[in-house]
Design a protein around this ligand. Structure first.
Ligand code: PMP
Length: 361
């Protein structure tokens, strides 16, 4: 046995288990477990990938200038305040590496995204969980949970896996109330799904203690290529770039993301289709006796009577080739998180949950 031991905190990390994509013995599955865009990326992004393949032997640019310029143009932001990462996961990790560490605390909400805790522990910091109010981020609880050791406060807005969100006034109150030596990180992985919400970008421009993170993995349909970005005060960007590897994004990923962000018409189509099917799915499940919280994202959190019923329903759905997500690890044992798929997938999952509630096993 090796004598070398991992750093304190590392063995407290529970391995992240992603959404399933296979079921033993089932050849055709409908995957509704990872909040992916059921329509995939924009055709323009697919074409850009084909072209970028020819650059495989070249190192990618280190400054991501073209992608940052495209994001800045489309979102009307300052390209100098943008940093790109291997998914927004990497931006979360950069923030923890650069600003948290032994003796500091990283706050996240009760049902907050799992990578906050993992990245905090990996950086040697102490993750601190703060309760929510009825599965909604509770600003007062977060402010009460802050100490002089708090360096980062992560909230996902909309939140995964609850789908709920808080308004801009509440976010501003949070930014105003956190301790001076602390950054508020607004995780906007699902921000594009909310009509008229900028993910907190304006707030970043007006304050020196707010960072926004975004992703190409959800509405942009590029989860497999791993591209995310952050928007932050200039001095924070300068710090984060010091921990970023020079070639963190591939030529292929950069080209795809640039084309995807410029194809606003495709994105709008996907957003409105998601809104339509999300409403349909929530109503259909409620009719079958499975209520969902009002979701603002591309998934619904379906609530069952108890853990046993949620697990039995999950197994029943798997037998029909339908893969949804158990969220017991997020302390929601009686719930299943279901990605809003295309219309046939939504109809199929609702129909089968109906059969399950009527006694099918
Ligand atoms: N934040 C939230 C709230 C998420 O749900 C996810 C993906 N599940 C991420 C960040 C990370 O996404 P990615 O690394 O693919 O950008």
């Amino acid at each position: 046995m090796t004598a070398i031991k991992p750093q304190p905190g590392i063995m407290d990390i529970a391995l992240y288990v992603g959404g399933k994509s296979h079921v033993e013995g089932v050849t055709q599955v409908v995957k509704l477990s990872s909040n992916e865009n059921p329509f995939g990326p924009s055709p323009a992004a697919q074409e850009a990938v084909k072209r970028a393949v020819h650059e495989m032997h070249r190192y990618p640019p280190t400054d991501h200038a073209n992608l940052r310029a495209a994001i800045a143009e489309v979102h009307k932001l300052d390209a100098e305040r943008i940093i790109c990462g291997v998914g927004s996961d990497e931006i979360i990790a950069f923030l923890c590496q650069a600003y948290a560490g032994p003796g500091t605390e990283v706050l996240h909400t009760e049902h907050g995204f799992g990578m906050y805790r993992i990245s905090a522990l990996a950086a040697g910091a102490t993750p601190v969980e703060v309760r929510e109010r009825e599965r909604v981020t509770d600003v007062d609880a977060i402010l009460a949970g802050c100490t002089e050791r708090t360096r980062l406060v992560f909230i996902a807005n909309p939140n995964n896996p609850t789908g709920t969100m808080i308004g801009l006034a509440e976010i501003e109150r949070l930014a105003e109330g956190i301790p001076p030596e602390c950054l508020l990180v607004l995780d906007g992985a699902y921000a594009e799904y909310v009509e008229g919400y900028d993910g907190g970008a304006k707030l970043v421009e007006h304050r020196d203690n707010v960072v926004m993170t975004r992703t190409f993995s959800k509405l942009y349909g590029l989860g497999g290529l791993r591209v995310g970005w952050g928007y932050a005060p200039a001095e924070v960007i300068e710090v984060l770039n010091r921990v970023r590897g020079p070639f963190n994004l591939s030529n292929i990923a950069l080209a795809a993301a640039e084309a995807a962000v410029r194809d606003s018409a495709y994105i709008e189509k996907c957003r409105s289709e998601n809104a339509r099917m999300r409403a349909w799915l929530s109503d259909a499940l409620a009719e079958h006796g499975v209520p969902c919280d009002t979701s603002t994202a591309n998934f619904v959190l379906a609530r069952f009577a108890d853990q046993a019923e949620a697990e039995a329903c999950d197994l029943y759905l798997q037998k029909q080739g339908l893969i949804v997500r158990r969220v017991a690890g997020y302390k929601l044992p009686n719930c299943l998180r279901i990605t809003v798929g295309d219309e046939p997938s939504c109809r199929q999952v609702a129909h089968n949950i109906g059969l399950f509630k009527a006694g099918a096993r």
